[in-house]
Design a protein around this ligand. Structure first.
Ligand code: ZN
Ligand code: ZN
Ligand code: ZN
Ligand code: ZN
Ligand code: ZN
Ligand code: ZN
Ligand code: ZN
Length: 1754
């Protein structure tokens, strides 16, 4: 019983239509057992309405369901006609002040950065525009669907919770008011009854799991054998797999399979076969078999049709409930009650519970449906939102577990509702205290991460793909934790304290599992075999970062909580480090008479871990103790005595030593995983809770220790103790050359250790460590970023840590530290550091990476040099420490520190004997500087009686005791000051000495005795000046030398291509200068320049030399020499089109002879202007072709160009090309050898030409009737009377060399092939037409660009354009020599006949339908084919002139006929001029010819104005054309912009200034011509209003207008639904910027067939709208898309910028975006210039991944 797919709708069962809703409702009202009654009704009718065949008929089903099933319920609820009942309810309703609009996919949402409680609080567009937030700092995103507008939720907004619309209701609202009081009692009862039954029914049927059996009370009496084979969606199989499988399994077409797959993906399931059980079962087994190979099989069920029917109705019912409760908040309240009422089975038996608990078993469509119902009911009712939240929390563990094992995306899981509940502060607080939510979430999370090692730590090594998958899903729980914590409590109850601390305990348990995870051991000897897994642990750390910070924030809010948390954390840390001092024998370290005991531990030999979250949390809490002053207020409550400083510092120190050792190259064999870990450890995403906290922990520990002890322990951990405790250790090392590596290593370690000391003393910008606030901290970060270089806003944001609200706090301080520089046409807006902030620069800022540090150093030194300052970069003045950390400064003046400093300085002084490094010395100098700054600060801020105990200056002036009475530090510095090898550090040493003296003075002045010193300083001062001058001189010499060397270097570095470019440009320049000389030559300077005709200005022959870019040989362009060619790109174009609906239907039959004035499809030729020998190019192209073939065989790679289509890249500039144009001399000079003085006038000329044409026509006719009787043939010839001097049998010799001829054919064929999209055929008669057409079209498009930009016609044109136009015009003029003479003559005759009537042609277009410039070019370029056989003496120039005049006249008539001379009342005052009278007369004639169909116009002024305006583009194009054709230089007046140059153009073109004179001079013939033109039937139809015509001047095409605010585009796109799949939202709405069409891109639904291949909507559109090339805006990604052909595409930066002058491609940042008109114009210009394809080519060459994209699917 195989069922065919029936396209037509089966007939409707009449009994259904006769069903009366009122009657049924009446029956129900009477009934005693309503449930049974309703169920019977459903059991009977549902299967009659739904699922009657293989395909659903949604509209009919909905109609019948409303009539038979839902109607009765509505009647029942209302107790009357619902059409009256519901409006009544609606009126009585006091609507809620919540907006609650559920977002569609892609809809714009707005969040206020100033007022939203957290970033999840969003507004819909309507509410946003009506709110106060539109003037705040806001963020815009596109919704992923789901979620709703928070307008009206007072908990979501710190300010302005209502928009204007929702504010209206707030005044009367009392929160606790029961909405049921607005409902009549009986309605309440009835609603309750029916809601209870229907909601129950829906839940029961949707969660029903049997496949062929219904619930007993719904079972049918007679059961048919009709089943569905139901296919379910999963996130494992791809579209392609599903489509392929379906085609096989149910034997459907690909289109049908795509349809099925699309629905499955959207709704979650779709029946793919309908029929008896066996038939469906068979399809199922095929599908399962086909998809089970690699992964788990697709889910398929064979279900009885009645079950599917009831389920479909169940869904319908849910959406019906959702809409019914929209009438009244009372109804909604009832539904909530029904939903949450506990069922007979107790706990978890309410309908809501049942749905939630079955969530993961439901298909996608059912889930979304009930989630939406929940959102519009439970979440909109404040009372029930709370109750629902409790149910949700109680089921939390179960729901999350279901989600983790399910495979659907989070947005399709009920677990995703957590964001709606947990982010409401009051609910979150309630759930924490009453349901212990914090603990539940953390415990649930831990339950799902069971992979632990022996110590109970997480272990991700060797975890399976499934575990990885689960791990990814489990991470969403961390997000829940974040939601719960995101709004911090303002008040603490004891309950909250208790439950929070309970949660904190659980959290510590979690962190404990991370403490010490993924430990590493240094690999010696062999490299590790496998990179160990590290990413999972870091993912966890990264995800938890904000939670850890928020936990600290919570603790900071309550002293009791803080104290308890601190104790708990410390306890756990002690547990973790229980065995800290076990095992090994302690060792004793001693230096300078200090000694300390420590354990024996070597980072380089034992296990060490980067993960120390517990100690870092403790560090965070410790800072809070200091910041909140709890440490001073309640010291007795704190376990400070239990703290063991050596234990606190041990692990963080190991971690930092590890970093140092990795940097020193000691861990190379451990592979990249370790390098990556260390990278992330310092990275902005992690550092706040990793690196930063380690520094703080060390500061904490050290502040409680004797600094000498700490320094010794540190030396030991850095494994440097030996070096510093053994005198002359360094000397010994340097002498052992074999250990160069070790020396290097130790040097790096010493540098790193010094750096660490700098950080410990210098990093005071965390509030609580130093006396600073959060603003100071962020300011300092920004200053240091900007010290590297000026940065864009987004760059800065990226370098700063974001808090949980995605804020960096940057906006509030940036103005104080930076200037903003606006962006130009490209690039971004930039922030530059204010000069006064540079003094805050700390070279050893701890967040600098090494690269950043050296960049910053260089930049700052450069700045100082520019300001003519010395280049010392002394440490900045620092804020004081908080008391708890105050003792840290003593490190600087501790004995061991001084010892270390002295040792290193000693090495530097004896610089040859020891292993030391400049960086080492630089750090020591920095440390000394820090100490001096510190002492100076102390002295400046000292109170009256206090004694400054910081006496660094004194200590460094004392000679050292060990080793063996070395000189004082100061003395050594003085020595080093003059060391020639320390030039760079001199300024710094000088700065130190100066500061030292200043301190000395301060000390002395305080002890009031300072006389002897002055003398010394003076001498020092003067010697210093001298020294300075000397150094300046040397520096200047050095600079000059450097510049010279640099210049030489860069000269040498220029690569081959650049060299060639230069060469080329030289030749161009020479060429150009040749012209320039000619322009000034006396020959042409005096007379008026005339471009054509017998009076044409004679230009002396120029010799032209060009250099081949391939072989570098120079050659003269000559007629008989080898061809030189330009790389060129020919493309079809619709840029000038006035009619985008027109496409060439059948290119094989298309006749391009006459171009329609709508210019709907032209052929454009462009060139990069690079010259090659034809044979060199040929060789190059062959090699490209061969290479491409090899490459394609090897790895089916695409290239940016399509070799098979003749494409290649210009070998010099890589510009995309598809053919070459030969370089030629002005061709007219070759043929125009005859020059007679006595030339015919227009009338005579037309007569002669007409005779010649007639003769030719007869001749051709003869020829086409082959040899019937040759005698008769000649007879006719005699009869014909050949015009005088006309010799049709004469065939001129082609003057060109073979090579040039070949190239003429090559380019001609290419134009023909591309322009018509046909196979190449060099003999096709249309080839010459296409060549002329391309020449005309290209000139027209360039004329448009120049006019649009108000540029002069003959201004400085870019070289490449100039070369291109010249070659193209000359080529087109020479092409007839390689075509069949008779063919070209034929074209000429036909073109000529369109203006001068000839009976032989019946089907010629009327003058309204001819583009006159194309006609002119065609006639002029075809004319030589006729003229070459004419020996009567008419020169080519005469012909040109008459043709030009004739076409110009036709164009004037064209303009007069079509110009819309609307009366605007603006008449001119002055008396009518000559032109105006003439044109009025002409117009009168025209009216006569048209039988007065033209309306009367009394004033010639309007007419003349419109003629002038209308004809300008034509005149300009003609001027360009004749200029390039004949090589006459342009008059200097037209080379500058300004007035319209009408007169100059006329002179140049040999036209009278009063154009109408053309008609008057030849009145006899023109009258006839005008009459004949007006006689054409089409002209008559036009005048009678039956058709349209193009009017002149044609306006330039522009890209569509874009809105100023980007979000209105997003909104527009979100309202756009896919045109093919019935109202579905399009996933990738894409806007055509050329015509404004919105397309459903990159989707199966809207694929179209193009030449037998399925392509995406955009590609299909390019063919109709842009003949293959188009510009789009992908709205949701905010990206411009260029497409050309099927394989070419690229993304381009969008014309929308945020306030910081940056684009936001992919809309990641969400700053408001506004249209940048200049950038949009730039895109438009690319389009006008036909550069889209070229732009794509360059983009693809620059980024190879673009080549691999399947652009045709977009
Ligand atoms: Zn809203
Ligand atoms: Zn609102
Ligand atoms: Zn706001
Ligand atoms: Zn060459
Ligand atoms: Zn090039
Ligand atoms: Zn679509
Ligand atoms: Zn378009």
């Amino acid at each position: 019983m195989a069922s065919e797919l029936e396209p037509e709708v089966p007939a409707i069962d009449q009994s259904l239509l006769e069903c009366s809703a009122e009657e049924t409702a009446g029956k129900w009202l009477q009934s005693t057992d309503l449930t049974r009654e309703v169920y019977q009704h459903l059991a009977h009718y549902v299967p009659k309405i739904y699922c009657r065949g293989p395909n659903p008929f949604p509209q009919r089903e909905d109609m019948l369901a409303q009539l038979v099933l839902l109607g009765p319920m509505e009647w029942y609820i209302c107790g009357e006609d619902p059409a009256f009942g519901f409006p009544k309810l609606e009126q009585a309703n006091k609507p809620s002040h919540l907006c609650g609009r559920v977002f569609k996919v892609g809809e714009p949402t707005y969040s206020c950065r100033d007022c939203a409680v957290d970033p999840t609080c969003v507004l819909c567009m309507e509410c946003f525009l009506g709110s106060i937030h539109r003037d705040h700092r806001y963020r815009m995103t596109t919704s992923g669907g789901g979620g709703f507008c928070d307008c009206g939720d007072t908990e979501a907004w710190k300010e302005g919770p209502y928009c204007e619309k929702h504010k209206l209701n707030t005044s009367e609202i009392e929160e606790e008011e029961d909405p049921l009081i607005h409902l009549p009692e009986d309605v309440i009862t009835r609603t309750y009854n029916i809601f209870a039954i229907m909601f129950h029914y829906a839940v029961e049927i949707l969660t029903w799991e049997k496949e062929s059996e219904l619930p007993a009370d719904l079972e049918m009496v007679e059961k048919t054998d009709t089943y569905y084979c139901m296919l379910f969606n999963d996130e494992v199989h791809t579209y392609e797999q599903v489509i392929y499988t379906l085609q096989k399994a149910v034997n459907c077409t690909q289109k049908e399979a795509i349809g099925f797959a699309t629905t499955v993906d959207r709704d979650g399931r779709r029946s793919v076969r309908y029929g008896d059980f066996a038939y469906c079962e068979q399809a199922k087994s095929v599908i399962v078999r086909n998809t089970s190979r690699q992964t788990k099989p697709l889910k398929v069920q064979v279900m009885h049709s009645s079950i599917v029917a009831h389920q479909n109705f169940g869904l319908k019912l849910l959406s019906w409930l959702g809409s019914i409760i929209g009438y009244s908040d009372g109804l909604r309240r009832i539904l909530c009650q029904v939903g949450l009422r506990e069922g007979p089975d107790g706990e978890n038996s309410s309908l809501v519970d049942r749905l939630m608990l079955n969530d993961s078993k439901l298909w996608k469509g059912a889930r979304s449906m009930y989630h939406q119902l929940f959102m519009s009911s439970l979440l909109m009712d404040l009372k029930y939102k709370k109750l629902f939240a409790v149910r949700f929390a109680k089921n939390y563990e179960r729901l999350q577990s279901d989600y983790v094992t399910d495979d659907h995306d989070r947005e399709f899981s009920v677990a995703d509702l957590s964001v709606q509940i947990f982010t409401v502060p009051s609910l979150a607080r309630m759930l924490i205290t009453e349901e212990n939510l914090l603990t539940i979430i953390i415990k649930t999370f831990m339950d799902h991460l069971r992979h632990r090692d022996a110590q109970g730590r997480f272990q991700f090594e060797r975890y399976t793909a499934l575990q990885a998958f689960k791990f990814r899903r489990v991470q969403s729980l961390i997000l829940d934790l974040k939601y719960v914590l995101i709004s911090k409590p303002t008040e603490w109850s004891d309950d909250l304290r208790q439950k929070f601390l309970e949660g904190f305990d659980a959290f510590l348990e979690l962190l404990k599992c991370m403490q010490g995870m993924d430990p590493v051991t240094r690999q010696v000897g062999q490299h590790i075999e496998m990179e160990p897994e590290w990413e999972a642990a870091f993912t966890l750390q990264m995800k938890l970062t904000h939670v850890i910070s928020m936990m600290q924030d919570w603790c900071a809010l309550d002293e009791k909580v803080l104290i308890e948390a601190y104790k708990k954390c410390l306890a756990v840390l002690m547990q973790c480090h229980g065995g800290f001092t076990d095992g090994e024998q302690p060792v004793t370290l001693s230096i300078c008479g200090h000694s300390v005991e420590t354990i024996r531990y070597c980072v380089s030999q034992e296990k060490v871990s980067i993960h120390l979250p517990i100690s870092r949390l403790l560090a965070g809490l410790h800072v809070l103790l200091s910041k909140s002053e709890v440490a001073y207020k309640f010291p007795e409550l704190l376990p400070l005595s239990e703290l063991s400083p050596p234990m606190l510092i041990e692990h963080p120190l190991r971690c930092l030593v590890l970093c140092a050792q990795v940097h020193a190259g000691m861990w190379r064999r451990n592979g990249f995983s370790l390098v990556n870990q260390i990278y992330y450890y310092h990275n902005v995403k992690c550092r706040r809770e990793m690196f930063d906290k380690d520094i703080i922990m060390l500061q904490t520990g050290v502040s409680m220790m004797d600094p000498n002890h700490f320094l010794m322990i540190m030396l030991s951990r850095f494994e440097l103790y030996q070096i510093f405790s053994t005198p002359d250790y360094g000397k010994r090392l340097s002498s052992e050359i074999t250990h160069k590596d070790v020396v290097q290593q130790n040097n790096t370690l010493i540098e790193e250790m010094l750096y660490l000391i700098i950080m410990l003393v210098g990093e005071r910008f965390s509030p609580g460590v130093g006396q600073v606030n959060a603003t100071d901290e962020i300011k300092r970060e920004i200053i240091h970023q900007l010290c590297i270089k000026p940065m864009a806003h987004s760059e800065l944001v990226k370098s700063l840590p974001e808090d949980e609200n995605k804020e960096t706090g940057m906006e509030s301080v940036i103005e104080a530290v930076a200037h903003f520089k606006k962006p130009g046409l490209t690039g971004r807006g930039m922030y530059e550091l204010k000069p006064e902030c540079a003094k805050e620069f700390n070279l050893y800022f701890y967040h600098f990476s090494r690269a950043e540090q050296s960049k910053a150093e260089e930049a700052q030194r450069k700045l100082k040099r520019q300001n003519r300052e010395d280049t010392a970069l002394p440490p900045p003045v620092l804020p004081p420490f908080c008391p708890l950390f105050a003792s840290l400064v003593n490190i600087l003046q501790s004995d061991v520190m001084l010892y270390i400093i002295r040792t290193i300085l000693h090495w530097a002084v004896e610089h040859n004997g020891y292993a030391w490094s400049e960086s080492m010395l630089q750090r020591v100098l920095h440390l000394i500087g820090m100490a001096l700054q510190e002492e100076k600060q102390h002295l400046e801020n000292v109170m009256e009686e206090h004694v400054v105990t910081f006496t660094f200056a004194q200590k460094i002036s004392k000679p050292g005791e060990a080793p063996n009475n070395s000189p004082s530090i100061l003395a050594m510095l003085e020595t080093l000051q003059n060391a020639p090898y320390l030039e760079v550090h001199k300024d710094m040493i000088r700065w130190i000495l100066k500061t030292f003296n200043a301190i000395k003075k301060m000390r002395e002045s305080s002890s009031a005795s300072s006389v002897a010193e002055t003398e010394g300083t003076i001498t020092e001062e003067s010697s210093r000046d001298k020294d300075k001058a000397e150094r300046k001189r040397k520096a200047e010499i050095a600079r000059l030398r450097r510049e010279k060397v640099m210049a030489q270097m860069s000269e040498m570095q220029r690569n081959f291509i650049d060299e060639n470019k230069d060469l080329f440009q030289q030749t161009v320049a020479e060429e150009a200068s040749n012209f320039a000389v000619l322009d000034n030559s006396p020959m042409v300077s005096d007379t008026t320049l005339i471009a054509l005709g017998p009076a044409q200005t004679q230009v002396p022959k120029q010799r032209q030399f060009v250099t081949c870019i391939l072989c570098q040989e120079e050659q003269e362009v000559k007629v008989e020499s080898k061809a030189m060619v330009l790389a060129a790109f020919v493309q079809r174009s619709t840029v000038l089109s006035k009619n985008r609906n027109k496409v060439i239907q059948d290119p094989e039959k298309y006749d391009p002879l006459f171009m329609h004035p709508d210019l709907s499809c032209g052929t454009h030729t462009g060139s990069c202007g690079h010259v090659m020998h034809a044979h060199c190019w040929q060789r190059y192209f062959d090699s490209v072709q061969a290479k491409e073939q090899r490459r394609q065989q090897r790895l089916r790679l695409h290239t940016s160009y399509d070799v098979e289509n003749g494409e290649f890249l210009c070998p010099l500039c890589e510009c995309l090309s598809n053919t070459v144009i030969p370089l030629l001399l002005p061709p007219r000079n070759i043929f125009n050898k005859l020059n007679f003085s006595d030339q015919p006038n227009l009338t005579q000329w037309i007569k002669t030409i007409s005779q010649q044409i007639k003769a030719l026509q007869i001749l051709r006719k003869e020829e086409s009737i082959p040899n019937i009787a040759s005698s008769k043939n000649s007879e006719n010839m005699d009869e014909l009377q050949l015009p005088e001097g006309f010799r049709p049998d004469f065939h001129p010799k082609n003057p060109y060399s073979d090579s040039i001829k070949e190239m003429l054919t090559t380019f001609g064929t290419a134009t023909y092939k591309v322009g018509l999209k046909v196979h190449p055929n060099e003999e096709d008669p249309r080839v010459p037409i296409m060549c002329w057409g391309s020449c005309a079209y290209t000139i027209q498009s360039i004329e448009r660009i120049l006019s649009d930009e108000d540029k002069p016609l003959f201004g400085p044109l870019p070289c490449r354009l100039d070369d291109c136009l010249r070659s193209l015009t000359r080529f087109a003029a020479a092409h007839w020599t390689v075509a069949l003479l008779s063919v070209v003559q034929g074209h000429f005759c036909k073109l000529f006949a369109s203006l001068v009537p000839n009976d032989s042609y019946g089907d010629l277009p009327c003058i309204l339908d001819i583009d006159m410039f194309h006609l002119l070019v065609g006639l002029v370029l075809a004319f030589p084919a006729l003229q070459c056989q004419d020996f009567s003496g008419i020169s080519l120039g005469t012909g040109d002139l008459h043709i030009f005049h004739l076409v110009t006249m036709a164009h004037i008539i064209q303009i007069l006929l079509t110009s819309c001379t609307e009366e605007n009342g603006m008449d001119q005052e002055t008396p009518a001029g000559e032109e105006e009278l003439a044109v009025l007369a002409l117009y009168k004639t025209l009216r006569q010819c048209t039988g007065s169909a033209l309306k009367e116009i009394p004033s010639g002024w309007h007419l003349w104005r419109s003629v002038r305006a209308g004809i300008m583009p034509f005149l300009k194009c003609s001027a360009l054309f004749f200029h390039y054709l004949n090589g006459v230089p342009s008059p200097p007046e037209i080379q500058v912009s300004g007035t319209s140059h009408f007169e100059h153009l006329c002179n140049y073109l040999s036209l009278p200034n009063n154009l109408i004179c053309l008609f008057q001079e030849n009145s006899e013939i023109t009258k006839l011509l005008v009459e004949s033109w007006c006689q054409h039937i089409e002209v008559k139809r036009y005048l009678e209003g039956e058709r349209d015509a193009i009017s002149y001047p044609r306006e330039s095409n522009k890209l569509i207008d874009l809105p100023e605010d980007y979000s209105s585009l997003i909104n527009q796109a979100s309202n756009f639904s896919c045109p093919k799949s019935g109202g579905d939202k399009s996933r990738t709405p894409t806007l055509c910027l050329v015509c404004g069409t919105l397309l459903c891109s990159q989707s199966y639904c809207c694929q179209a067939e193009l030449d037998g291949e399925d392509v995406g909507a955009c590609t299909a559109h390019t063919y109709s709208c842009g003949s293959g090339v188009c510009i789009f805006l992908r709205v949701r990604e905010c990206q411009v898309l260029f497409l050309a052909g099927r394989t070419k595409g690229c993304f381009y930066s969008p014309p929308y910028l945020d306030d910081y002058g940056e684009t936001d491609q992919l809309l990641r940042r969400g700053n408001p975006l506004h249209l940048c008109k200049e950038r949009f114009k730039k895109i438009q210009k690319l389009w006008h210039q036909h550069s889209i394809t070229e732009e794509i080519g360059h983009a693809q060459e620059a980024n190879q991944t673009l080549v691999g994209i399947d652009w045709q699917h977009l």
